[in-house]
Design a protein around this ligand. Structure first.
Ligand code: 8YV
Length: 323
């Protein structure tokens, strides 16, 4: 029997690409250039499976019309707000994602951002590299202490829980959170996490606010000017979730007026574009969507896609089916 045809939209780690080419008639993207709308449409019309990433917008337009041959979208990543699930369902596609394997690395990046912005690590590094450092002095680049402070988590799923463990056991932080679907009490108790009934309560009480909710329509600009205005003047915002959860203009305004102390961002609305105002600010740490970017994790994500495709083409239910 002919091997199923799959299209992989970006370069994946070599080990995963080898596994895919062994099992499938795989078209890889050697140039690693993002596919255009037309190329995505052509992939859906010629392959049995398409394997996208966060940078491919699988919209109703891409999925619409007749002639979609693909039967599964094996997404590389846990988040799937770049895929129009309704349109995918209508086109008869199964969609899978890659949860769990990236939990720790993404929580590590949230910790990195929190520590970097509080202790002015990005700014300090630029200072040394620019040869501006004139020597140690008691008042030089004083930041904010992290240990023992209050960490407020917006969303308390896998990644937030991992961050809570690191922050609580590693840095003695007190954990508060808001989640419309909170986990079982014992999960909260294990890190002494206190559930807040409202998002506003978390924003008011936290020294560090870290976002861990999904992106998409329901959380679009959840952190608007009014909500950012509830944060302490001394508080920092960390975003490793999705850029569109934060109204970037409102955040820029709050940072410019010193209504919050700083921000650590790994994701942006319309990335890779980053608002020019943020690039100018020293109290902002900016990373290029590195949440899951360790070799181990990216291989594990890819192998999870392979397992989902294997199950699907063997007629079994893929472990990480979303629709
Ligand atoms: C990925 C992510 O790097 O998994 C996600 O949802 O945001 C990142 O870990 C990226 O989305 C891969 O498509």
């Amino acid at each position: 029997m002919a091997k199923p045809r799959i299209v992989v939209t970006r370069r994946w780690p070599a080990q995963v690409e080898s596994a895919l080419t062994e099992r499938y008639d795989a078209t890889l993207n050697d140039s690693d250039t993002p596919l255009s709308v037309e190329e995505l449409q052509a992939a859906l019309r010629s392959a049995d499976a398409v394997c996208p990433t966060v940078c491919d917008r699988i919209s109703a337009e891409v999925l619409g019309g007749s002639g979609v041959k693909a039967r599964i979208l094996g997404n590389f990543g846990v988040g799937y707000n770049h895929i129009d699930l309704e349109a995918a369902k209508k086109a008869g596609l199964v969609v899978t994602n890659t949860p769990e394997v990236l939990t720790d690395c993404t929580a590590d990046i949230a910790m990195t951002l929190m520590l970097m912005v509080a202790r002015r690590a990005g700014e300090g590094e630029r200072h040394v590299r620019s040869k501006a450092w004139s020597g140690w002095r008691p008042t030089h680049m004083m930041g904010t202490k992290v240990t023992g402070k209050v960490l407020g988590l917006i969303g308390f799923g896998r990644i937030a829980q991992a961050m809570a463990r690191k922050a609580h056991f590693g840095f003695g932080m007190k954990i508060i959170f808001h989640d419309p679907f909170p986990p079982a009490g014992e999960i909260c108790n294990a890190v002494g996490a206190v559930r807040c009934d409202s998002l506003d309560e978390v924003l008011r009480d936290a020294d560090f606010v870290s976002l861990h909710c999904p992106g998409g329509k329901e959380t679009y600009h959840l952190l608007n000017a009014e909500r950012i205005g509830l944060m302490k003047r001394s508080a920092y915002l960390v975003n490793t979730a999705r850029g569109d959860v934060v109204d970037a203009q409102a955040l820029i305004g709050a940072l410019q007026d010193h209504r919050i102390a700083g921000a650590g961002l790994d994701v942006y609305e319309g990335e890779p574009a980053v608002p020019a105002a943020l690039l100018e600010m020293d109290n902002v740490v900016l990373l290029p969507h590195l949440g899951s970017a360790s070799l181990e994790t990216r291989v594990a994500m890819g192998m999870r896609v392979v397992a989902n495709l294997d199950a699907f083409f063997a007629g079994r239910e893929p472990r990480d089916r979303v629709v």
